[in-house]
Write a protein that binds this ligand. Structure first.
Ligand code: HEC
Length: 316
């Protein structure tokens, strides 16, 4: 005589056990049960225990029942039946109410007088749950119309734009605070005046001794011409500053002294020197650098350009 209650107990027990596991076990973003599949086993064993307990209780009940005198058994049965009746009485009443419909005995009153091969039709009222749902949609429509078409509420398109703008702000904010996360793979040319100013300050403090304040070059090469020994473009320049030049040439790796953000700033500043005319320019060294990522408008033109480039003399 297994009852609904014992099934319910087992299920509720399992759900509680599951949540306790999820809360107690630290599994980061993932669910604990995903991260530690052993939890399945723990829950499985707990389930077996719970079933065993329920079976024992039922067995005990049966034994006790058998040991009762017949009239005591009758009294017990009656009590159980009464309990059953009362169980979920309010729920059952509520269910009847929202489903509506006539009881079978009164169907005669609503039967329609047509008949298809013995199949007859009842003229039931609409079920209350359906009617209430319908009224709810009308109410929803009225509120919706008033909010969005009369009082100009924020519609989805505007909401989207607002969130987009907020996300843009968040990205800007992140970029500002996360500048030091740049490395040679993620570095891009900085164009903001504040960055270039900071880059200039770094340059004047650390680099002018060898590259001159106008970038014309001295111990170090000219930074204003198109020629690069170690490659042009923000990534190469960043890498040269970060890792240093070739051994024994005098350009040290600056990553010990400068923060990644400062290296990105000074690299961007160095690139702004391109095409300026320094007072005493050092002769070009290295090769004219062509950005491999630059959009090639006309492949043929590009080929000719490359052919002329390769004539450039390399001197070290
Ligand atoms: C002690 C002198 C010295 C200092 C200080 C110095 N450099 Fe250099 N730099 C050099 C030399 C020498 C080279 C050439 C390296 C080589 O040929 O491998 C060079 C190369 C470079 C290059 C590559 C040029 C090319 O043609 O590929 C860049 C960019 C550069 N330096 C930027 C900087 C910046 C920015 C600073 C300051 C943070 C700095 N340098 C400080 C001596 C110096």
């Amino acid at each position: 005589m297994r009852t609904v209650a014992s099934y319910l107990r087992v299920i509720i027990f399992l759900i509680i056990a599951f949540y306790i596991m999820e809360f107690a076990v630290d599994s980061g973003e993932q669910m604990a049960i995903e991260k530690y599949p052993v939890i399945w086993a723990v829950l499985g064993i707990a389930l077996l225990f719970m079933i065993a307990i329920e079976i024992s209780i039922e067995a005990l009940k049966t034994i006790l029942y058998k040991s009762m005198k017949p009239d005591a058994q009758k009294l017990y049965d009656e009590n159980v039946a009464k309990e059953r009746e009362k169980q979920f009485a309010t729920l059952k009443a509520y269910y009847k109410k929202i489903v509506g419909g006539k009881p079978i005995e009164e169907e005669q009153e609503i039967i329609l007088d047509h008949n298809y091969d013995g199949i007859k039709e009842l003229d039931n009222d609409l079920p209350p749950w359906w009617v209430w749902g319908f009224y709810a949609t009308i109410l929803f429509a009225v509120i919706y119309m008033a909010r969005f078409h009369i009082f100009s509420g924020v519609d989805q398109a505007t909401e989207y734009e607002q969130e987009e703008a907020a996300a843009q702000l968040a990205i800007e904010e992140y970029k500002r605070t996360a500048k030091d996360l740049v490395d040679v793979n993620t570095v891009v040319v900085l164009t903001e005046a504040s960055d270039l100013k900071a880059g200039k300050a770094v340059f004047e403090l650390n680099c002018v001794a060898c590259h001159k304040s106008d970038g014309g070059g001295g111990i170090g090469p000219n930074l204003t011409d198109e020629n690069w020994i170690l490659g042009g473009g923000i990534k190469n320049v960043f890498k040269t500053i970060s890792e240093g030049g070739r051994d024994g040439k005098g350009m040290i790796a600056w990553k010990q002294n400068l923060k990644p953000a400062e290296m990105a700033q000074v690299a961007s500043y160095v690139l702004t020197l391109q095409g300026t005319t320094p007072a005493e320019p050092k002769a070009p060294e290295g090769e004219i650098w062509i950005d491999p990522d630059a959009p090639k408008e006309n492949p043929e033109e590009k080929l000719i350009e490359q052919a002329t480039d390769s004539v450039v003399v390399t001197m070290n």
